[in-house]
Design a protein around this ligand. Structure first.
Ligand SMILES: Nc1ncnc2c1ncn2[C@@H]1O[C@H](COP(=O)(O)OP(=O)(O)OP(=O)(O)O)[C@@H](O)[C@H]1O
Ligand SMILES: [Mg+2]
Length: 467
């Protein structure tokens, strides 16, 4: 089903509401006018009939009554639509005009007021029984309503003729107004349609009207800014990733080409293959890191968290760290508590996080240096610290070390084979555990990396204390 444009729908609603309003107004106005005509006429009839009643009550017999009614000037002048009968329906008096209209003698002897058609003329008739000289007379006084009803009919005609015209005019006005009000929406639609990946930096024009449309354009612009940022990050990531992959592949190719240039001894082939294998190992770990970050970006990398004793988890990572440190003559110290420290986490990811920190500490600490790993619980968190006496990080680099592909000293890192992804992965792991990671450093003196992860049960406690 195709939906009509909004402005047509608004106009249709407007038309429907207006048409209902007009009809109601017409019906109410018509009946109110008719009611007020009847009321005025009835009041007049009531006033006039009092005179007749007094006259009847003064007389003593039928003959005298007939005579009085014929003679009375006042009655003849004011009430020319008068008729008097006895309960049997015999006329005692009938004015000339009344005889002309010819309404029948009343059958009932109750006081009543009705509208009846007599010889094609609508008459308002007031009937009143009057007692005089032991007899009952039925007096009827009437008023012709034809002039009033004609005026009413004219009013109805005017309503019928002018309503469609007014409705048409009002709907046209409504259509024009809704078109005008919705024109900026059309413009926003046109502008938004012209924005694509190629010109994500362009923004919608914001009308400074302080209304919903200004808020809509500002919101859309905010969304565009976020999209642009995300898009930039992705393109930057792709560019950096391909650059990082190109270097080791080129290196391996050169090694193979050089060795194949002329016949070599078995030892030389063996050495080259060993070097290529080393490059391959580094490249596959790089690819693994890139894939992990891609999964993080697409939101598909989720952790399966279970209760974990951090003492064990950090201790296991330290086993590997110690081996790494010893090969570089770096002393390795562990300060782990005796009692377990429980958190909700995923052991593989946590191991990876601590190894990233330990790998860095070993990489950026010269021989004879010292690495200290400590664990404690404080403020509802398991706090793990990796401290080294290495080269440290310059103050201007410190805010960037968690960025992807960031390396403080590109030349040195190339030697040590780092791509600058370790800490950004580490930061994601800490955050995915609801925790944080922070770095403190003094160039030449060493660095301290601190990981805080909420203790098991702390998450629920925080939620329930907020409620
Ligand atoms: N303990 C540390 N001492 C001194 N500098 C450090 C330390 N840890 C990290 N850095 C600096 O931060 C940068 C980013 O670290 P990160 O672990 O993300 O990358 P990387 O170690 O260079 O490469 P990768 O971890 O991907 O192999 C490093 O290049 C280094 O300059
Ligand atoms: Mg690293």
């Amino acid at each position: 089903m195709t939906t009509l444009p909004l402005r047509i729908r608004i106009t249709a609603w407007y038309f429907a509401v207006l048409a209902t309003g007009f009809s109601l107004f017409g019906v109410i106005a018509f009946y109110a006018m008719r009611g007020s005509i009847h009321e005025t006429v009835d009041e007049n009839l009531q006033d006039q009939i009092q005179g007749v009643r007094e006259l009847i009550e003064r007389t003593s017999g039928k003959a005298e009554l007939e005579h009085e009614l014929e003679q009375d000037e006042e009655i003849r002048a004011g009430s020319d639509l008068l008729q008097v009968s006895d309960p049997a329906g015999n006329w005692i008096y009938r004015s000339r005009t009344m005889a002309l209209y010819g309404p029948p003698a009343p059958r009932e002897t109750r006081t009543s007021i009705t509208t009846l058609q007599s010889n094609g003329v609508p008459l308002r008739v007031l009937t009143l029984p009057v007692q005089a000289g032991g007899k009952i007379y039925i007096v009827q006084l009437a008023y012709p309503l034809d002039d009033f009803y004609e005026a009413l009919a004219r009013f109805r005609r005017v309503l019928f003729l002018s309503s469609p015209l007014l409705l048409l005019l009002a709907s046209a006005g409504g259509y024009w107004l809704s078109r005008r009000a919705l024109a900026p929406v059309d413009q926003i639609t046109r502008e938004a349609r012209s924005i694509s990946a190629q010109n994500l930096s362009s923004r919608l024009l914001v009308p400074h009207t302080g209304d919903e449309l200004q808020r809509l354009s500002e919101t859309l612009n905010g969304m565009l800014a976020r999209l642009e940022q995300a898009f930039r990050r992705i393109t930057q990531f792709t560019a950096d990733a391909s650059h990082e992959l190109r270097t080791p592949v080129a290196l391996m190719r050169t090694r193979a080409e050089v060795v194949l240039r002329r016949p070599r001894s078995e030892e030389e082939y063996r050495e080259t293959l060993r070097q290529i294998l080393e490059d391959l190992q580094r490249t596959s770990s790089l690819i693994e890191n890139l894939m992990l970050l891609a999964r993080v970006d697409s939101g598909t990398e989720a952790l399966q968290r279970t209760p974990i004793n951090m003492v064990e988890s950090v201790g296991e990572a330290c086993l590997e760290g110690r081996t790494l440190a010893e090969t570089k003559q770096i002393s390795f110290l562990e300060e782990l508590p005796e009692s377990p420290v429980w958190i909700e986490g995923e052991s593989n990811s946590l191991r990876r996080l601590f190894l990233i920190l330990l790998d860095n500490a070993v990489k950026y600490t010269p021989p004879q240096g010292r690495i200290t790993v400590s664990l404690r619980s404080s403020d509802g968190c398991a706090v793990t610290e990796v401290r080294d006496t290495g080269i440290g990080i310059a103050a201007e680099d410190l805010p960037h070390i968690f960025e992807r592909f960031f390396r403080a000293d590109r030349a040195r890192s190339r030697e040590t084979g780092g791509a600058g992804l370790g800490l950004s992965i580490g930061q994601w792991i800490a955050q995915a555990h609801g925790g944080t990671i922070r770095a403190f450093s003094k160039p030449g003196e060493g660095s301290l990396f601190q990981v805080r992860i909420p203790l098991a049960g702390e998450g629920e406690k925080a939620v329930s204390s907020r409620q």
